[in-house]
Each structure stands twice: as structure tokens, then as C-alpha cells.
Design a protein around this ligand. Structure first.
Ligand code: CTP
Length: 396
């Protein structure tokens, strides 16, 4: 993954403590992270915490005596690939939307020309105040990205909008604003992800080990590359990617309905979900009680979604399927490519190290009618980007 220089502006909100995890996570990924704090933010988190986590001197006081003579704020502003302000108080939003530069954070912010992400976090009334709303609109007008606040319990005791999204969501939004390659701009991409659940009775269902990580990585990367993304997801424990149209489904039947009804508007469809091939013939209305006998549950076939997409494929639509196998990987994948009329099949074997369920890496081979391309062991994020580049944007 490309290493970036990221500036993190922390202002005086209680959510500042959560930014420690963001800084730590960005640093672990190998990015150069510089934290800039307002004076008031130091009442919430000590600069030493950020300094230790980032491995860089925290930038606070504009006129400190040990100030680096190379006009630090200008040099940092120049080398930054992104600037995120989180939590962003109503006060800082008012300042940056008006070009006020009265401390190191705001001065560096004004000088920076990189993509900027603002993460408002405040009391609901302050957020909904038309002045704050107008300032947020101004930020957007000047090309800054705004990550919308969550709703929920606020530190002041109120329940409403204004909560800062979790650090992993902020990191996801940051990755989206930092991507410079936008070759999927104007394209509609639908991705399916995760397992399906086939109900036996009100308390039991049949499912599989899919974590959804590969599909979510594909949805995020397609979004980063500029696409309008729809993610049809089975039940997973993953955070919803920011800025995608998210459709939550339970069963293979629900997934078939969601995908087949939206397929005509899509330029690219990626079936990364582990869809059940069979579902109970009937779902019991009440919990099935045990007896001393063995139990057989009759199953019926579900709709093969990819097969149906292949049958009604539009001109220029790209269909990508997955094949997760335990044996005869390439032969089985080649058969699926043909049978389902897909343009590409992404084949992976759960027998291969680093390519199983739930892990953050994958090792895939891409099959098309023309050729077979092995990508090898990569993170799921990198695998996703390489798949999109190879199948849609020219060769990886
Ligand atoms: N798929 C689908 N609908 C189904 C089953 C699978 O759209 N009812 C899609 C998967 O999302 C994947 C591809 O078809 O992209 C291959 O899925 P896989 O489970 O590997 O293969 P199957 O076609 O189900 O065949 P088998 O289980 O016999 O390997």
C-alpha cells in the first residue's frame, strides 16, 4: 500500500480520545502521521499520547521557542497528502470555513492544498444551528469533504445527531479522499458480500464462514476509484463502508431479489458473496423441538444469481464471479466462467495459506476467456484494487 503523509487536526471535543486509535492505526499502516492540536484540545488528550502514537512531535503552539525554523506549518502543508480534522468542533468549522488562521492547526490547514476531510462532532443543537450548517456548506463549497455525524448518545446526555463516527469509519473516508486514481468515475458498480442465512425455524439457520471482508474491500476500492457503488450484504460484523448505497439482506432469496432488480443499471457486477445453494424447503413457524430420532431437513435449490445475471447480461456490462474451492481450483473456476457466462472468475483455494475465511489477506487467480492471471498473496484491499484494475481499468 502506498505510504502517505497525513495531518490529523484534533480540536476540543470529548471524541478526541477516539482519535488515538485513528493515529495508531494510520501509523501501523506505515503512513507518516502528524498531529496538530488546538490549545483547548489538550484538556481532553495530552499531546504526549499523540506524540508517542505518531512518533512525531505534536504541533501545538505557533510561537514556541523550540519552533523549527523551516516554517513548519508551510513545509508540512506542502508535503501533506491529506488533512483530517477530527473531532471538528463548531468553532473550528466556523474558522476554517472563513479562512481564519490564528494557531498552528488553522494556519497549516489554510496553507494545505491536499484533500481535506472534516469530521464534525458536537451537541445536536450546535450542529443543527443554521450558522453551523451554513459553515459546513461553505466548507463543501471550497472542496472540503464532510463526514456526516452519527446519531446516538452524546456526552452532554442528549440523544441526537452529532456523534463522531468511529475511527475505522474515519479511516475509510480518509482512504476515499486520498485516492488520486479515479478511473471508475461515472461507473455504477454493484458488489455482493458476506454469507446468506437460510432459516430453518425462528431460532436456527444454515449459513457459511464468509466474513464479507473481500466484498467490502471491493466496494470500498470501487468507491475510492470514483464509482457509484451499491453493496448488497449478508449479515457481517464489519462497519458499513462510507458513501456506498448499502442494502442489507438475510437470505439467498433476498439477495437474488436485490441484485436482479438493480442489475440493469450496473456497469460492473461483482458477486463476492457466499450464496447458499440450498435453503430449507419450508421454514417452521415455531421452534422445532428435539426428539430422540435423527432429523432430516429437506432442502431446495436457491436461485443461482450469477447464472441469471449471465443470461441477461447487457452489452458492455462486466460480470465478475468468485470461485472458492477446496480442490481442482482452476478447472472448477474455468467451468464456472463458462457456465455462468461471466467475464472473469476470481479463484481462490481455502487450502492456500493466507486465503481462507476471515483473514485480511487473499491469494487469487483471475480467469477470463483469454487468459489466467495469478495475483498471489496480497491484503484484501490490495487484491480488490488489483482485481478492479485488471478487469476494468486495463491490466494490473
Ligand atoms: N453464486 C450465485 N448464486 C448462487 C450461488 C453462487 O450468484 N446461488 C455466485 C457466487 O457469488 C460466486 C459464484 O456464483 O460468485 C460461484 O459460487 P460458488 O459457491 O463457488 O459456486 P457454485 O456455483 O455454487 O457451485 P459449487 O457450489 O458446486 O462449487
Amino acid at each position: 500500500m502506498e505510504k502517505k503523509c497525513i495531518l490529523v487536526g484534533v480540536t476540543a471535543g470529548i471524541a478526541a480520545y477516539k482519535i488515538c486509535s485513528l493515529v495508531s492505526s494510520l501509523k501501523k499502516k506505515g503512513h507518516e502521521v502528524h498531529v496538530l492540536m488546538t490549545k483547548e484540545a489538550e484538556s481532553f488528550v495530552g499531546p504526549l499520547t499523540f506524540q508517542t502514537l505518531s512518533g512525531q512531535r505534536v504541533i501545538q503552539d505557533m510561537f514556541s521557542v523550540d519552533f523549527v525554523p523551516d516554517v513548519h506549518h508551510i513545509s508540512l502543508a506542502k508535503k501533506a497528502d491529506a488533512f483530517v480534522v477530527a473531532p471538528a468542533t463548531a468553532n473550528i468549522i466556523a474558522k476554517i470555513s472563513h479562512g481564519i488562521a490564528d494557531d498552528m492547526l488553522t494556519t497549516t490547514f489554510l496553507a494545505a492544498q491536499c484533500p481535506k476531510l472534516i469530521v464534525p462532532a458536537m451537541n445536536t443543537a450546535m450542529l443543527e444551528n443554521p450558522i453551523t450548517q451554513e459553515n459546513i456548506q461553505s466548507c463543501k463549497k471550497y472542496g472540503m469533504h464532510i463526514l456526516e455525524s452519527d446519531s446516538g448518545y452524546l456526552a452532554c446526555g442528549d440523544v441526537g445527531k452529532g456523534r463522531m463516527p468511529d475511527p475505522d469509519v474515519i479511516e475509510d473516508a480518509l482512504n476515499a479522499v486520498m485516492e488520486t486514481d479515479r478511473f471508475l468515475e461515472g461507473k455504477h458498480v454493484l458488489v455482493t458480500a458476506g454469507p446468506t442465512c437460510e432459516d430453518i425455524d425462528p431460532v436456527r439457520y444454515i449459513t457459511n464462514h464468509s466474513s464479507g471482508k473481500m466484498g467490502y474491500a471491493l466496494a470500498r476500492q470501487a468507491r475510492n476509484l470514483g464509482a457509484t457503488v451499491t453493496l448488497v450484504s449478508g449479515e457481517t460484523s464489519l462497519s458499513k463502508p462510507v458513501g456506498v448505497n448499502y442494502i442489507s439482506i438475510h437470505s439467498a432469496g433476498d439477495m437474488a431479489d436485490a441484485v436482479l432488480s438493480a442489475s440493469d443499471e450496473q456497469d460492473i457486477i461483482i458477486m463476492a458473496a457466499a450464496v447458499a445453494d440450498y435453503t430449507p424447503l419450508t421454514t417452521a413457524d415455531e421452534k422445532i423441538k428435539k426428539s430422540d430420532d435423527d432429523l432430516n431437513i429437506p432442502l431446495k435449490r436457491t436461485t443461482d444469481i450469477l447464472y441469471n445475471l449471465g443470461k441477461k447480461k447487457k452489452e458492455n456490462q462486466i460480470l465478475i464471479g468468485f470461485a472458492m474451492e477446496t480442490e481442482n481450483l482452476l478447472d472448477n473456476a474455468a467451468e464456472k466462467l463458462k457456465k455462468k457466462n461471466a467475464d472473469y472468475i476470481i479463484a481462490n483455494s481455502i487450502r492456500e495459506e493466507g486465503a481462507g475465511f476471515g483473514v485480511d489477506t487473499n491469494s487469487v487467480t483471475i480467469l477470463s476467456e483469454k487468459e489466467t492471471k495469478r495475483l498471489g498473496l496480497l491484503s484484501k484491499e490490495e487484491t480488490a484494487k488489483e482485481i478492479l484494475k485488471y478487469c476494468v481499468g486495463g491490466k494490473a
